[in-house]
Write a protein that binds this ligand. Sequence first.
Ligand SMILES: [Zn+2]
Length: 511
Amino acid sequence: MGTLKFILFIKKYLIHLTGLILPLFTLLSAQLLYNFSKRAILIYFIVIIIVTYTLQLIRDKKFFIIYLFFTSFLISLSSFIEISHFIIFKDAISESTIYIVLETNISEFSEFFSSYFRDSVLVFALLHIISFTVGIYYSLKTNTIQIIKKSIPLIIVLFLLLFSITYKLRSDFLPYTIYSSSITYLQQREAFNDIEILKNGNFKNIEYKEEKEEICVVIIGESTTRNHMSLYKYYRDTNPLLSKKSGLTVFKNVKTPHTHTIPALEDVLVLDNSNISNKYNSTLIQLMNSANYKTYFISNQKPIGIYETSITLMSKTSDKSYFTAISDTKLYEVILKPLDRVLAEKEKRKFILIHLMGTHLQYSKRYPTKFNIFKNIPRTKYKHETAYSTINQYDNAVLYNDFIINTIIEKVNNYDSNSYVLYFSDHGEDVYETIDEACHTESKGTAPMYNIPFIIWQSKKYINNHKSIKNKELPYNSKYLIHTIADLSQIKFTKFDKNKSIINQDYEKSN
Ligand SMILES: [Zn+2]
């Protein structure tokens, strides 16, 4: 081959390679954001070259153009979505993303999206449009059919080989998670559809005071043991705000039935979980629906996943739901915005259920830097650096939790209404207290995992209209929560049992 011929040959291929500008761009973005392995990048790039050249085998020019356009468009758009998602949430797309996009209404979603929006997403959108247009333009200008034809068998073998390798490494590829999580979402949805869930559940003989105005807020905490709260005599001042709050009743001796989120909340938020149909038709939200409250669910946890789906299913009967977190690294003050809007709504009777990320692992991600207060060596019998830093992080998260709960109470108090806020944690956590680790495992089942905070704040109007609470020292199990809330809101129903309500004047024993 002469030099000139060689240059022409290379030039021809180079022109064709400009058609790869789109995938190349996508790849570089991915490398930048996901930190892909070099091996994955190399294989992906080779696959794209082969696929692009194989495309040239399509003889019908019109069909080729349509095919090229749509596949490139699809790849470009979905890569753009995945990359933007990564920029915004610092996390890959998951089935929770798909849930939030598809199951919340447009105005809620656009508000959600705008609160997260970054200018860099616009830049990426622009770059994708340019690379897509340029890529398509050059791909159409080239014609290498003759060269390709000679090497068909080689291409097929290589293609199959590379396909099998990329399949193995698939989670590293763009765009992949957008499709895989859509499939998971659809599967979950099918499971949802199998259960008939009634708006008002199956509560019987509901009685309530129709004329009564009320704002009820129930906050579900996460992995917070009362053993690390100064409200419960912890030696560090982890509750500087709540300890000064008036109208607060701190129940000293409440335990959770389970030390994991789902089993605990399936007991706590449900009246009867003897079978799956009863479970999703006797929830706290349905009780409040039956008693003519406008019901809201605001969550800072992800809607879909092994730890979340069941609660999301329960939340579906609320009048409105807001999911404020896609990745679990977002600080939970983001719930305050939807809370403001819900509180501003002109409804006579409101029930607002808030699900926080609380003090869940990784503790260091649960508070902003200005709450990084506890840095000294903490009290623990486990004398090593990991225990010290973990306890400090946990205590900082508890401190931030104090700030959030206090802020929620203040917001409710601003409305000067007949209102109460009940806060409890789904379960506790043992943080180097009785075991040499930090966790909430039921098989270990230590006391700090079962000891939960249980606190009720009541507004002045509420206190004036109701009997005072006197049982704060008595033992109680949070699995009877529905009875306490029904009692707080003066709701009665067939299975209501005043002996299971900690605030009832007749409550006297541990259940
Ligand atoms: Zn939990």
